[in-house]
Design a protein around this ligand. Structure first.
Ligand SMILES: Nc1ncnc2c1ncn2[C@@H]1O[C@H](COP(=O)(O)OP(=O)(O)O)[C@@H](O)[C@H]1O
Ligand SMILES: [Mg+2]
Length: 283
């Protein structure tokens, strides 16, 4: 049971003045240490669900459990929850207040009761790791979108959460910053964090995720291993998504007799290329 870090049962949430529920009986489970991609059309409830996980939105009904305990949404419990669950918002401007980068990142640890020196040291470690030390003394509002994104990630990492949520982390980033952000995310589960992110990028999810959860109209359409869900054409169609490129090429290469279907489909384009080269090298 300990294996499940987060559990949602039949969550329902309608925004004030909203005419339809944003979450309409949403149930799912997140295993500790896993990498999970939330996918689905705009408006399917991904962001609302992530906001529930940090207590920003309180479901009108249903049950949310974190670490085996029901989330009560009482103020004291929410403070504890937010130490353990960090969210990187889609738009960094919703997250950063306009202090210097260093002050911004040290604020969380200071708030937890660390001394100013300790908080500064914690912030410096994370800044170094994310490569943002060079603009430590700039005000956050003077940074580029990509730099702000890195600061908003540092803001959360410095708190060492157990679960980290990213709402469309690569959206609106240039390719260089998208690659940097993806590399940062890549390393997090190795440090014992559980990572849940929303994305529209099926290729990225196929290469990165252990599990994929398809959202549809405020409910879960399908949850399962990435290499099953993202090869399920019917489910993908229902969620307005396409088959990722790697399994598409793999299927075509198997059909053309180039690849042997008993060799499982790889997760990345590089691994697929290696398979094809190895095939060509055979006598
Ligand atoms: N602040 C808000 N006020 C009213 N309705 C909202 C608000 N935010 C989202 N919604 C509605 O809730 C539903 C789910 O939205 P959202 O969780 O943002 O989906 P996604 O992140 O999958 O695009 C949509 O119908 C959206 O219009
Ligand atoms: Mg969203």
């Amino acid at each position: 049971m300990n294996d499940i870090l987060l559990r949602a049962e039949e969550l329902r949430y309608t925004y004030d003045g909203g005419d339809a529920p944003a979450l309409d009986g949403l149930s799912l489970r997140i295993r500790r240490g896993s990498r999970v991609a939330l996918m689905g059309a705009n408006g399917s409830g991904k962001s609302t669900f992530l906001l529930c996980c940090t207590g920003v939105c309180r479901p009108q009904s249903g049950r949310l459990e974190f670490g085996g305990e029901e989330v009560s949404f009482r103020k004291k419990d929410l403070l504890r929850l937010r130490r353990r669950v960090g969210i990187v918002f889609q738009d960094p401007d919703n997250q950063l207040f306009s202090a210097s980068v260093l002050q911004e990142i040290a604020f969380g640890p200071l708030n937890l009761g660390l001394s100013p020196e300790e908080a500064r040291r914690e912030a410096e470690i994370v800044m170094e790791r994310l490569g943002i030390t060079p603009f430590a003394h700039k005000p956050a509002h003077a940074l580029s979108g990509g730099q702000k994104k890195l600061v908003s990630i540092a803001d959360i990492l410095v708190m060492r959460p157990e679960l980290i949520l990213f709402d469309e982390p690569a959206a609106a980033l240039d390719p260089k910053h998208a690659a940097i952000v993806n590399r940062i995310i890549e390393g997090l589960t190795a440090q014992g964090m559980t990572v849940l992110l929303s994305t529209h990028d099926v290729d990225y999810a196929y290469g990165w995720a252990d599990e994929v959860i398809l959202f549809h109209e405020g409910r879960v359409l399908r949850q399962g291993p990435a290499d099953e869900v993202l090869r399920d054409r019917e489910a993908l169609l229902a969620a307005n998504l396409q088959l990722p490129a790697v399994p598409r090429f793999y299927d075509a290469l198997c059909a053309a007799g180039v690849l042997d279907p008993s060799v499982p489909c790889p997760r990345t384009m590089e691994a697929l290329e290696t398979l094809i080269s190895a095939r060509r090298a055979e006598p």
